[in-house]
Design a protein around this ligand. Structure first.
Ligand code: MTE
Length: 301
């Protein structure tokens, strides 16, 4: 029977990694083999990572719709109603429409992915996400020829998202990816953490996770996905374009204008923990560097 979204995801719903690889290898051919080996590398890297605990992951958040302080999202996000939820998929797709989240999830393979998460503010965490590949969702909607980018939009509901009562950013929060970044097997639509439904402060009921980019690219509480042939606007680029570019790939050699990106503070490592060197593409270089071949990553920051 098809699995329905019941908002009570447990570990039993999570596809074991080996089953996932088998599924991918079944795709067969060069592309399938490529995807499987790409995932193999990053999973090795991830398995050496110790995930942060639930308390840390859910209490130190950026989610400006609920305020600008790190503890505001946990204080205020409980007001958000996340059921029912649907996502409008439109633009250059074969099957545009409003998709109920439950219907989407009944067609997706949910699995666990442990990803290093690097915030532009030079701190990092490790999070065990549950989710499905964005590529699977885009394939379900059918990407039309000529589409080059994917634009994302967060819910606007100021009566529940009290930060939206202030113009700290232009609402809705928006983000974008190039189509090949969106289709990459590391790009995840997350619906859970530690096998539990994703808490509101972390972007319930569904958010993006792009582990080789700074955290702000991982847009939360998504209600719209639009396929387009033009580079879409992104919230932080619109707000402060000189500091936040469209690509926002984690890159220790390109500093933020106001601070270094060469190192990071690992949250949960204790007050006196040594700063860690930041890795190119947040440690996913072997998986994603080819996407940017020939590009000047200083200009395309
Ligand atoms: N998405 C929305 N809609 N609003 C936000 O303010 N903040 C971004 C990103 N996604 C943000 C958002 C930033 S700056 C970061 S670092 C991550 O969410 C934080 O995700 P986390 O709270 O799960 O760590």
């Amino acid at each position: 029977m098809a699995k329905r979204w019941t908002n009570d995801l447990t570990h039993a719903d999570v596809t074991p990694h080996r089953a996932y690889l088998n599924r991918r290898q079944l795709i067969g051919g060069l592309a399938g083999a490529g995807l499987a080996s790409a995932l193999g590398t990053s999973t090795q890297a991830a398995s050496n990572l110790k995930p942060n605990d639930w308390e840390t992951i859910t209490s130190y958040n950026n989610f400006y719709e609920f305020g600008t302080g790190k503890d505001d999202p946990r204080k205020h996000a409980h007001r958000l109603t996340t059921d029912p939820w649907s996502i409008r998929i439109d633009g250059m797709v074969e099957k545009p429409g409003d998709y109920a989240l439950g219907d989407i999830l009944s067609k997706m393979t949910i699995e666990e992915r442990i990803y290093r998460f690097r915030c532009v503010e030079a701190w990092s965490m490790v999070v065990p996400w549950n989710g499905f590949e964005l590529a699977d969702l885009l394939q379900m909607a059918g990407v039309k020829e000529g589409a080059k980018y994917v634009a994302f939009e967060t819910l606007v509901r100021p009566e529940e998202m009290i930060g939206q009562q202030y113009p700290v950013l232009k609402w809705p929060y928006v983000e974008g990816l190039r189509l090949d970044e969106a289709m990459h097997p590391l790009t995840l639509m997350a619906t859970g953490i530690y096998g539990k439904p994703i808490p509101n402060q972390n972007g319930a009921p569904i958010r993006l996770v792009v582990p080789w980019k700074y955290g702000f690219k991982s847009i939360k509480s998504i209600v719209r996905i639009t396929l387009t042939d033009k580079e879409p606007p992104t919230s932080w680029n619109t707000a402060i374009g000189s500091e936040y570019g469209f690509y926002s790939n984690v890159n220790p050699t390109v500093d933020h204008p106001r601070w270094s990106q060469a190192t990071e503070r690992t949250i949960g490592g204790g007050l006196f923990a040594k700063r860690q060197p930041t890795l190119m593409f947040n440690g996913y270089e072997s998986d994603v560097a080819s996407l940017y071949e020939g590009m000047d990553l200083r200009r395309n920051y």
